[in-house]
Design a protein around this ligand. Structure first.
Ligand SMILES: Nc1ncnc2c1ncn2[C@@H]1O[C@H](COP(=O)(O)OP(=O)(O)OP(=O)(O)O)[C@@H](O)[C@H]1O
Length: 266
């Protein structure tokens, strides 16, 4: 690992939900360390526990077994910020107030929080829309606001659950490139869930492939593609294609297991 220090350590994480139909074991034996400043993606078949794992990391849910250790560098920053698949902007706030929202909660004075928010609004190319309300924006623009808000909070770690999943391809590529650019400037530890092998390859330092339900770590692949990355050109490289093939072959076995289980249940 090229990282000097560790940002997140997941020790033996397991999660069992108790439901009216009995117990559902979503996660088992997850052991992984994520480096400080690493872009770490998680792929896996549907229902393998990706969102559950991210929610545990975010503190929105608790593990049934195991521990999550997050290294805190300073006490005055939020531990994490999460970006969800669905746009989670507040419709009653302008773009700048949405981006500055977390800073306001932390009691940062208006002038200062606007200065920080303006910097990220500039980075996502929405300066002209700073005073606009979400209903005046497209879906892609709203998702950019969510990304800017997460970065403006300056958390120890950034957690992203399929943030571009609902976007059309053109907007997705634009946002992926923007995310890469902002991440390269900030080198913020990022955990990113995606269904797209391509997206994971374009963005990540490492990709964790999960097994089918119950989810555990099947393998972790080092993405040794050079940075800074240009998404259009990285896809044309031989190494990208080799990595894509390796990941798909590993993932395919798990996706087929899910299909078999679905057939057995039907
Ligand atoms: N609150 C809950 N109560 C009961 N079971 C749950 C709960 N949340 C998740 N599960 C179950 O845990 C398993 C993992 O779900 P999770 O949403 O984490 O998977 P996922 O990999 O994110 O799925 P997808 O790729 O389809 O979004 C599934 O079997 C799901 O039904």
């Amino acid at each position: 690992m090229p990282y000097d220090s560790t940002s997140i350590v997941l020790n033996n994480i397991g999660k069992t939900f108790i439901t009216s139909r009995g117990q559902v074991t979503a996660l088992t034996d997850i052991n992984v360390s994520i480096g400080d400043g690493e872009f770490f993606s998680i792929v896996g078949p549907s229902g393998c526990g990706k969102t559950t794992l991210l929610r545990i990391l975010a503190g929105l849910d608790t593990a049934s077994i195991g521990t999550v250790d997050v290294t805190i560098t300073t006490g005055d920053r939020p531990v994490n910020s999460m970006v969800f698949q669905e746009q989670s902007v507040f419709p009653w706030l302008t773009v700048i107030d949405n981006v500055a929202y977390g800073l306001k909660l932390r009691g940062i004075p208006k002038k200062e929080r606007y200065k920080i928010a303006e910097k990220y609004i500039r980075m996502i190319g929405l300066t002209k829309f700073a005073k606009a309300y979400p209903h005046q924006l497209s879906g892609g623009m709203k998702q950019r606001v969510s990304v800017a808000r997460a970065f403006a909070n300056n958390p120890e770690i950034l957690l992203m659950d399929e943030p571009f999943g609902a976007l059309d391809e053109q907007n997705r590529i634009l946002l992926q490139q923007e995310l890469l650019r902002i991440w390269e400037l900030s080198k913020k530890t990022t955990v990113f869930i995606t269904h797209s092998i391509d997206e994971a390859l374009c963005l990540s330092d490492r990709i964790m492939i999960m097994t089918a339900h119950p989810g555990t770590v099947k393998s972790i692949v080092d993405v040794d593609l050079p940075r800074p990355r240009d998404i259009a050109s990285i896809r044309t490289t031989l190494r990208y294609n080799e990595l894509f093939q390796t990941i798909w072959l590993t993932l395919r076995e798990e996706v087929l297991k899910v299909k078999e289980l679905e057939l057995a249940d039907s």
